[in-house]
Design a protein around this ligand. Structure first.
Ligand SMILES: [Ca+2]
Ligand SMILES: [Ca+2]
Ligand SMILES: [Ca+2]
Ligand SMILES: [Cu+2]
Length: 459
């Protein structure tokens, strides 16, 4: 009896020891424990990564790994950070390059309080709490008949004060592998003029114009899909009209290039591992979309890096910022010249997406303005062979040729007398009826709620 208890005790000790060893050995793989984030979400998906604080970029993430529920742990991003916040003003009185010329880290980084990070964990750089790690409900779940799943997302954010602005770089990591890099901008307006400048902004009090400006956000994403850096390829997808059909065109880029959004062709980009596949033989890929393409900043020739929305380059150690990059030892000054005709084949690729927010001040921006959010979208495409959140058998599309819709006998339209004056109340069920209004209201409310869920950060 005694030996049995002792053996049990020893085996428990061994188990605890080995799991501790395993965990710390993974952390020690790329960084020390203090800079290692390792979170398993409610349905079993896990995200782990290292972080670093730099004077210019602020928080830089390294070795971002995703493990789907009961799936394989794979590297997605070797490093990820913001690479510029470019803020040209309508009156041309200032054209800020906030990251390269000021910075998001060092003295610009704001120390966080626990109240800034409700039910989250503050991560410290030395003694300074600079990063908040939170887990919250996400809208990436699903429902089908009786099956329903609620999901969570891991959020990581910091706050930097640059001039009158507070920037909130935020990374959201979802249970299905999606990543949403975002930046919130709040604080106070930076520049004003009198009423004579009304065409370069907005009168926010009788003789005070808040000057209009653009925030161009650039990210530097070094994808090394599945841990291999030299077998990733870039493709652009465009949906083109051909008669009554739409055709999906895929174009592979073999040399460095800058590209722009194209809402009319639903343009998006894929970074795809040319070697490694999921269990169904499909290439592991991430899809990159720039959903906030309602506005673009195409600046003067001196700011040619604004002329494209996304750039694909080969990795160069000295290429750090989208603009005002230190041109030491022959390194180029901006994204425009990072694109230097180098071959993307067999190279370590870097993706530089951007998004634009035109900030037209309003009376409500004083004394402090609400956080306005800019974001891009990175979604797994065939990273899994099926939705990792469901265990149900897949019975969809078993008949690949979609059956013809059942033929219904033609109905002779009922003869109705012409109505001279439109009825004051619409018949039930038609557009404009109460049912329709209720439905629209419901859709609007749930859309607002889901948007708020993404971006609710208590400042
Ligand atoms: Ca790869
Ligand atoms: Ca290059
Ligand atoms: Ca790469
Ligand atoms: Cu602004």
């Amino acid at each position: 009896m005694k030996t049995k208890t002792l053996a049990k005790f020893v085996s428990v000790l061994l188990f605890l020891g080995s799991s501790f060893y395993l965990k710390s050995s993974i952390a020690a793989e790329f960084c020390s424990d203090a800079y290692y984030i390792d979170v398993t979400l409610v349905n079993g998906a896990r995200w782990d990564m290292c972080w670093e604080q730099r004077n210019r970029e602020g928080i830089v993430l390294h070795k971002v790994h995703y493990t789907p529920k009961a799936g394989q742990r794979r590297l997605i991003l070797s490093s990820a950070s913001l690479a510029q916040i470019h803020v040209p003003y309508d009156d041309n009185g200032a054209r800020y390059h906030d990251i390269s010329d000021y910075g998001l880290g060092g003295n610009y980084m704001v120390d966080l309080r626990q109240t800034d990070c409700p039910s989250g964990k503050l991560l410290k750089q030395g003694e300074r709490p600079v990063l908040c790690e939170q887990v919250s409900a996400s809208e990436h779940g699903f429902r089908y008949q009786n099956e329903q799943v609620k999901t969570e997302a891991l959020s990581i954010f910091s706050v930097s004060r640059v001039g009158a602005y507070h920037y909130i770089p935020l990374w959201r990591f979802y249970e299905d592998g999606a990543i949403e890099p975002a930046v919130g901008a709040t604080g106070a307006l930076q520049r004003f003029n009198d009423a004579s400048a009304e065409e370069q902004g907005w009168l926010i009090t009788p003789n005070k114009v808040g000057l209009g400006h653009v925030h161009n956000f650039f990210w530097k994403l070094d994808f090394d899909l599945a841990g291999t850096s030299r077998d990733d390829v870039i493709e652009e997808l465009n949906l083109q009209e051909q008669g009554d059909r739409s055709v999906l065109k895929k174009t592979r880029f073999n040399t460095e290039i800058g590209r722009s959004v194209s809402p009319a062709t639903a343009r998006r980009w894929l970074i795809r591992d040319a070697e490694q596949t999921n269990s169904e033989g499909q290439s592991l890929a991430y899809e990159i979309r720039l959903p906030q393409s309602e506005q673009q900043d195409i600046g003067p020739d001196s700011e040619a890096f604004t002329h494209k929305d996304i750039y694909f380059t080969t990795f160069q150690e000295c290429e750090l910022y989208a603009s005002h990059n230190p041109s030491l030892e022959g390194c180029a000054d901006s994204l425009r010249d990072f694109v230097s005709d180098e071959s993307l084949l067999g190279a370590d690729l870097v993706v530089w997406p951007s998004t634009t927010f035109y900030h037209m001040p309003r009376a409500e921006d004083a004394p402090f303005m609400d956080a306005h959010w800019s974001y891009i979208s990175l979604t797994p495409r065939d990273w899994h062979a099926r939705n990792p959140l469901s265990t149900s058998a897949d019975t969809s599309g078993t008949q690949l040729n979609n059956p013809e819709p059942p033929v219904t006998p033609p109905i002779n339209p009922p003869v109705t007398p012409p109505v001279l004056n439109p009825p004051s109340q619409q018949p039930n069920g038609g557009t404009g009826s109460l049912d329709y209004c209720l439905l629209l209201l419901l859709v609007l409310v749930s859309w607002r709620a889901s948007r708020q869920a993404i971006h609710s950060i208590d400042e």
